[in-house]
Structure formats: C-alpha cells, structure tokens
Write a protein that binds this ligand. Sequence first.
Ligand SMILES: [Zn+2]
Length: 168
Amino acid sequence: MFSIFKPKIESSCSTESEAHNCCTPQPKGKVACPQCGEKAKGVLGKTFEALVTDETKAKFSCFDGFYYCKTSTCKVVYFRNNEILTQDDMNVIVGLKEGAKPATVCYCFEWTKEKIKAELEATGETKALEDIKGKMENPGCSCEILNPSGGCCLGDVGKAIKEIQKAV
Ligand SMILES: [Zn+2]
C-alpha cells in the first residue's frame, strides 16, 4: 500500500482565474446529455435533494450520480443514465433554460438577466459581478444547494452580461 489518500479537489469555480473556495467540489468527469449530446457536469446528492420536488424525489432511493445539462435549448435539467428530469421536477426556475422567467443567473444573491439588463440600460454598466464577488466573501454563498448547476455562478453571470451587452 503505497498510495496516499490525497483528494484532488476540482473546484467548481474553475472558470474564474481567482481562486476562491466558495463551493463544495463537484463530482469529477463529464457525461453527454442523452438528449442534446452536450457534455454535462455532475451534481452532488445534496444539490439534487435541495432543488428537486418532493414528488419526484419520492421516485428515487438515491440522489447521487446525477448530471446537470446546461444547454439552454435542451429540456433536460438532470439526468442519470436514462432517468431524465425537466423543469417540472424542479423547485426552482432553471434560469439558463430558454424561456425561463425569471432568468436567474445567481441564485445566492438573486441576480437575473432581467436585473442585469435593466442596469445596463439605465447606467451602461452592471454591478452584478462586483456585488456577487463581494457577497461571496461575506456572507458567503450556498451554490451547492441553491444553484441547479451545484456550482459557482460567476462564469454564467459573465456570459450573461456579455450576451446582454451585445443585445442592448
Ligand atoms: Zn441536454
């Protein structure tokens, strides 16, 4: 036995260059969504447990091993092999899916695409990233039980801002 148990932590916040340990590491590896074929990230059992309706949860004995499809045009929210969950199975509106209202991008501090757009239209800039980063320090975030992705929202927020800036 020469192996030393050394967990390799894959931060779910890896899209950002600054290192911060706001989130519980997500399961490693990606799996293709059975519907759209895009690679999906795994979510923790506790993410699933917090965000899926009681009715749907009653169908499963184990909440581990689900993946989150973030493709906006794909109806799949979570999947595990051939088990597929959609918006109807969720306690929250999945903001990144097409037609979502509100289009929430940050679940911890309630930033929506609507709010970002309103700010950009009014002032030409948005404080979304600044606000979120500040609040991540204090009081801290709970992405793993609030965000359907189970991870940090900063990447999604940045993308949303760019998208909206193009459209404004
Ligand atoms: Zn999909």
